[in-house]
Design a protein around this ligand. Sequence first.
Ligand SMILES: Cc1cc2nc3c(=O)[nH]c(=O)nc-3n(C[C@H](O)[C@H](O)[C@H](O)COP(=O)(O)O)c2cc1C
Length: 405
Amino acid sequence: MKNLNGMHITLYVSGSIAAYKSAVLCRLLIKAGADVQVVLTAAAAQFVTPLTFQTLTQRPVLTDLFSATSEDPIKHISVADWTDIAIVAPASADLLAKMAHGLADDAASSTLLATVAPKFVAPAMNSHMWQNPATQRNVAQLRADGVHFIDPGVGFLAEGYSGSGRLAEPEAIVDALSDFIRTSGQQLLAGRTVLVSAGGTREAIDPVRYIGNRSSGKMGYALARAARALGAQVTLVTTAPLPDPSGIATVRVESAAQMQQEMTDRFATSDITLMAAAVADFAPAEVAKHKIKKQPDTTGLDLQLQKTPDILASLGKRKRSDQFLLGFAAETDDLLKNASAKLAAKGADMFAANDVSNPAIGFGSDNNRVTLLTKDEDPLQLETASKDDLALNILKQIAIKLRDN
Ligand SMILES: Cc1cc2nc3c(=O)[nH]c(=O)nc-3n(C[C@H](O)[C@H](O)[C@H](O)COP(=O)(O)O)c2cc1C
């Protein structure tokens, strides 16, 4: 899955003949949704020009450590701080050596040294340079420092013979970054409070019967776990008969009215609220005090239903601008049209629309596919994935939005 949506990626290009491939890599990163800043070494600029990357990224390329402007006097630090992921591709033997030793004598090495975000390197060099014990010592040091390697392949080198040291293909580099983002537990939500609702509500008819729905609660639980994995403090308000997830404050409710109460009480202190519960639209107008008996002379039973509170809309009305509210739209037809209408009506910041008519995804299934809708951007279709992976992906999108605001 190639989804780098909204990620700030700094692409470092160093002086290798493989530098021409980094223009393709840059293009693929942008296509996968990333915001890309390029840093070129002086040697790289002998192989490819800053203009190429400036045109592709629509951003000035950082090449000179001492080219301060009045708007950005310490450019290498602002680029380092802006970075979510750094990728050095191609990484020359020289730049690997500098990184391994903490040297900082040009724009690329200084910015890399100032970067705390995860760092990836994709080396490219002559096979003898790659196998040289000095290079291998530097590689071992960098691995020990937590730098991720996208190892060079074996193949035909520019020198005219086959050997190891060939830059990994740009597609493989993008895959490695997206896999990392999908699976890593970066603490993107550290210090945030997240409130999640899960499960289908049960609207009592009498002491033993209720009107329910097919929601399993799995998506809400996956969201709660993912928010916790990303460092948030999480409260889960749930109707689902699933065990309490560890490290998450779990509040048990049954009906829409109870869920509304518990959600409303906690809403003001939540930075992010995720309404994943399937709340009944109607509930019996009166709950029979005693079990309704089947009478021999009656052929049916008339139940008077009344509308339940619209929890999402009521939270949407209270929402402050520093809060984020996500709704789910489980639809069986006209998915995007219905979900967009709900987005406009309910005061939510984002809607995750899913097609519950497809039995392979949605209610009860371990997999799900959703499209994320926001007011100002094009719909973002996330690929079918386990509910855990999808939850992580949704929360990362939200974390990025909160950061960018
Ligand atoms: C034609 C040519 C191709 C080169 N290819 C590579 C290469 O693939 N890998 C590498 O590590 N160095 C290569 N070099 C050497 C580097 O460009 C040189 O070590 C330079 O100082 C690296 O600077 P940088 O790390 O700041 O980019 C090449 C040099 C030339 C002239």
